[in-house]
Design a protein around this ligand. Sequence first.
Ligand SMILES: C[S@@+](CC[C@H](N)C(=O)[O-])C[C@H]1O[C@@H](n2cnc3c(N)ncnc32)[C@H](O)[C@@H]1O
Ligand SMILES: O=S(=O)(c1ccc2c(c1)CN[C@@H](CF)C2)N1CCSCC1
Length: 285
Amino acid sequence: PLWGRRPPNQKAMGEKAAENGIAAMAACYQRFDPASYLKYNYTPPRADFGRDDSIVPWKLARLHRAFTEGDVRGDLLVDVGSGPTLYQVLSGCEVFSKVILTDFLEVNRQELRRWLRDEGGCSLDWTPYLQYVCQLEGRRPSAWTEKAAKLRQVVQDVLPIDVHCPQPVAPHGLPAAGADCLVSTFCLESVSPDLAAFTRALGHVGSLLRPGGHLLLIGALGESYYLGGPGVKIPVVPLNEAQVCASLVESGYTLIRLEVYTLPQDMRVGVDDVSGVFFVKAKKL
Ligand SMILES: C[S@@+](CC[C@H](N)C(=O)[O-])C[C@H]1O[C@@H](n2cnc3c(N)ncnc32)[C@H](O)[C@@H]1O
Ligand SMILES: O=S(=O)(c1ccc2c(c1)CN[C@@H](CF)C2)N1CCSCC1
């Protein structure tokens, strides 16, 4: 009889709801299409190297500065939730002797491996990105071929990852000492059903980082959805700066710098409802 049953445990109900939200998110990602995603976000007008107010120069310049201003050092850089993109490690590959790329989906890991093997058939030509970062480094743009070779040389592996697992990467996938630096772009808020899950995921990825290591985090502000393919609407947890800062502190990081970019109207092209982009440099306590 109902009156004889133990009242449902609030904690168990909360955990079940969290599991359901994460499972629903994973189901969305089964329809993610790398080629469409790259086209929506990494070709003009969003990826316009000729515009001073373009998001691309803004992001690449912040990554370049963060990797080269002297406090970030070590051997191993891990990119969390790489997707099918490489721009996020173009500066880091000059600073770290080992880079590990990661993603939840095999289709994205395959896209990355296609570029790394230089076999052709990639969905996007990264040359403009390589050339731009070479210029940031004071090199001539034609040095992009050397940078491409450098990146292919330092990438050690492309591993599966699930940021909702307390141990996001399989045992022995990474050295026991952890990574010296993590970079993650547009991942955590795009795979978490709510703010609590985003904060937990931040803590989980922190377990991959050695104490004193750095986290470079780029993400969307005020975004509630994006298109991961034609008709593939993926929910995003809308964040503001204060929530990003609070989640970092709650997950054991100390904030070094947070910068915000506000998307010009003509870059709001219907593939998402993002209003801004944040760049965070933080350190694991
Ligand atoms: C919006 S994309 C970001 C891709 C890339 N980092 C960028 O800057 O464009 C989000 C990525 O998170 C990955 N992802 C989905 N669920 C995940 C999970 N549970 N753990 C880690 N990554 C996940 C997706 O496969 C996708 O590649
Ligand atoms: O900042 S972007 O405009 C950008 C890049 C990627 C994303 C968004 C925005 C917003 N939706 C995210 C969904 F997860 C993915 N950008 C696109 C051009 S290259 C640099 C990054």
